[in-house]
Design a protein around this ligand. Structure first.
Ligand code: HEC
Length: 103
């Protein structure tokens, strides 16, 4: 019984961790107005981010922040962020399911 209970608890704890997306980044609010919390763009001209490759997002964010991609809105949004914060955002968006393409 003890073993069963332990196994049940272990399962209950591990399954959501495996299935769940990464924790919502503290800085997501900086991005949501344009890219959405769900990674689907909210304004014309902003790209969808949901399901984009992790490495690509991570590198793109560093490029904007460091000015290697010179886009003022993105530079302003990423300017105050640390590498760790950019990584959290990249992980968040890459873990989302992309919207279905229009037929
Ligand atoms: C004011 C609107 C706005 C805000 C706020 C904003 N972005 Fe953007 N973002 C854009 C636009 C516009 C582009 C396209 C820029 C370009 O042409 O390179 C872009 C591009 C990107 C790209 C590159 C996508 C690609 O396919 O190359 C990433 C990644 C990204 N944004 C992430 C973020 C994150 C993360 C935040 C929050 C820290 C954020 N953005 C905040 C408007 C915004």
């Amino acid at each position: 019984m003890r073993i069963l209970t332990t196994a049940a608890i272990a399962l209950a704890l591990s399954v959501p961790v495996l299935a769940a997306p990464p924790a919502k980044p503290a800085r997501l609010g900086l991005c949501a107005a344009c890219h959405g919390e769900d990674g689907v763009a909210k304004i014309p001209g902003a790209p969808n981010l949901a399901g984009q490759k992790l490495d690509y997002l991570r590198e793109a964010l560093r490029q904007y922040r460091d000015g290697r991609r010179d886009i003022p809105v993105m530079r302003a949004a990423t300017g105050p962020l640390t590498d760790a914060e950019l990584d959290q955002l990249a992980q968040w968006y890459s873990a989302l399911t992309p919207p279905r393409a229009a037929p």
